[in-house]
Design a protein around this ligand. Structure first.
Ligand code: NAP
Length: 250
């Protein structure tokens, strides 16, 4: 189908949409008029997110699966495409931390973080991007982290995965550019979600010292830029890394 015949509204698949940043992105894209496919590990989590979107008048379904399982992701993509669900927008947001200093880091901690945060992006993009290139329209946003730009002691696995997302994004932006499929990174700073709520108060106080705006970010701060990058307006923006961090990394 050519892009001129595209049946609006567009459909967006957001991973990690059950909570935190991913949920804010899913709700924002729904408010922008998109149909949503909300992915998370737990059925309850993405189920509640999809239900909240429907209650607010949007159109959403849930898709529970473990994004670190490449076969599960490939099968889900195949099922979506064979059911003629057209995915126009992909937001790779699901992520975990398993922090440790390198000498204490177990191979499992390295592998889990790389599989969940980085390899999952490879599988989702491989599964969903071809029809976008054929239709000559698509948006892919990968949610990385400022840590992928700066590095962080105690987070070698997480920083490597998040930096890997940047290399993946820049390469695919070049591969897909001629087909009008954009690929960008949003790299949040410290955002108040379940991921950061358990951190020691001393770590939070220390982090705050490096934030010129003197406050932590909120999920909506990330959702609003993601919304722009997924919009028709952003059609000439690709291969870029946007930090959203209250001025921390300039
Ligand atoms: P969060 O509150 O912990 O939520 C993480 C979401 O990812 C949940 O919905 C979770 O599913 C899902 N998820 C985790 N592992 C998964 C897996 N294997 N399969 C499927 N879904 C999985 O995290 P957040 O703070 O919103 O972070 C979202 C993204 O932003 C992450 O990539 C994170 O690295 C990045 N980020 C966050 C911050 C921050 O300060 N919060 C800063 C920079 C970057 P369930 O709900 O089912 O558990």
């Amino acid at each position: 189908m050519s892009e001129e015949n595209h049946p609006l509204p567009r459909t967006a698949l957001v991973t990690g949409a059950g909570r935190g940043i991913g949920r804010a992105i899913a709700e924002r894209l729904s408010a922008d008029g998109m149909r949503l496919i909300c992915v998370s590990k737990s059925p309850d989590s993405c189920g509640a997110a999809a239900e909240a979107i429907r209650e607010a008048g949007g159109d959403a379904e849930s898709l529970p699966l473990d994004v670190s399982d490449g076969t599960a992701v490939a099968n889900a993509c195949e099922q979506l495409l064979s059911s003629e669900t057209q995915v126009d927008v992909l937001v790779n947001n699901a992520g975990i931390t398993r922090d440790n200093l390198l000498f204490r880091m177990k191979e499992d901690e390295w592998n889990d973080v790389l599989q969940t945060n980085l390899t999952s992006c490879f599988h989702w993009i491989k599964g969903l991007a071809r029809p976008m290139t054929q239709r000559r329209w698509g948006r892919i946003v990968n949610i990385s982290s400022v840590v992928g730009v700066t590095g962080n002691a105690g987070q070698a696995n997480y920083a490597a995965a998040k930096a890997g997302m940047i290399g993946l994004t820049k390469s695919l932006a070049k591969e897909f550019a001629a087909r009008s499929v954009t690929v960008n990174v949003v790299a949040p700073g410290f955002v108040e979600t379940d991921m950061t709520s358990g951190l020691d108060e001393r770590i939070k106080d220390a982090a705050l010292k490096f934030i010129p705006m003197k406050r932590f970010g909120q999920p909506n701060d990330i959702a609003s830029l993601t919304s722009y990058l997924c919009s028709e307006d952003a059609n000439y923006v690709t291969g870029k890394v946007f930090t959203v961090d209250g001025g921390m990394v300039i």
